[in-house]
Design a protein around this ligand. Sequence first.
Ligand code: FAQ
Length: 307
Amino acid sequence: DEADLQRHFDAVIAAEHRIEPRDWMPDGYRRTLIRQIAQHAHSEIIGMQPEGDWLLAAPSLRRKAILLAKVQDEAGHGMYLYSAAETLGADRADLTDKLIERKQKYSSIFNYPTLTYADVGVIGWLVDGAAICNQVPLCRSSYGPYARAMIRICKEESFHQRQGYELLMTMMRGTPEQRAMVQDAVDRWWWPSLMMFGPPDADSPNSAQSMAWGIKRHSNDELRQRYVDMSVPQAEVLGVTLPDPDLEYDPATGHHRFGAIDWDEFQRVLAGDGPANAERIRRRRAARDDNAWVVEAATAYASKHGS
Ligand code: FAQ
């Protein structure tokens, strides 16, 4: 009966084994996973836009080839993640509709515009850096298909991060104008990148249950701290200043203290009022609607020829 199934589920979680699609799971566990995996998939797909904006203006053929490969990887990540959500009974077209109708979220970070080519480098360095910090522990998530998708995604994110850092290193060896461009991009992206980890632990309604289920392995604040500690020495090597006068190493804890995050800004962006929210959703809606004929044709073909 249900109590036996629940006991078995609890024992699998306690033993750090994986839950697989055909296993019994509590409704809340399924709902939480669909919510998080869908949000993650939507982030990858919407996340193609800020960098995609530079595909036609990349400064060289080499940079264009690199950027094209990275943006295509992001599409691939979205696909693995939608597949993982489908193993839980979700429907990909329905998830896309929920994104467009703003019933499901995507990461706040992709609601900021990319003003110069340095932004492409900073997205690789900081945004992919934050994504790795958050996602490496998800490779040990209790739900098998999600954990396995994360392994491949993290390998690709590590490469993305290095390409961003390399791009910035190249610009920092360039003209004073190029160095200023890098610093300006860092100034605009640093604080939003800290918000990627989610609200402070005390205001994070989902963390405790998600950690008890082994979906999340660390709290939002723990991962944010790890990211700050990781980024400070990288900023020094690059020769940029992180825009936080309170950022300071604390020898007593071995961690960097940092200034107060503007959580009002975070809430505004989540509510749909960030600099690029409307544009991101408008384009995603247009992509769905303009390409509906492809879906119709493929569906008709599959029903005639069997799939
Ligand atoms: N933006 O209770 P919590 C990438 C929502 S990386 C928007 O703490 P939870 C790679 C949260 O969903 C970015 N919403 O929630 C890339 C919840 O709302 P809900 C994607 C946020 O789930 C790089 C509410 O606030 N990565 O795409 C944000 O326990 C470059 C309360 O928060 C992932 O999604 C935010 N920043 O923890 C692509 C990683 N933070 O659903 C292209 C997987 C929180 O109740 C270019 N996700 N919210 O209505 C996670 O690890 C978790 O879901 C957290 C949030 C840590 C994001």
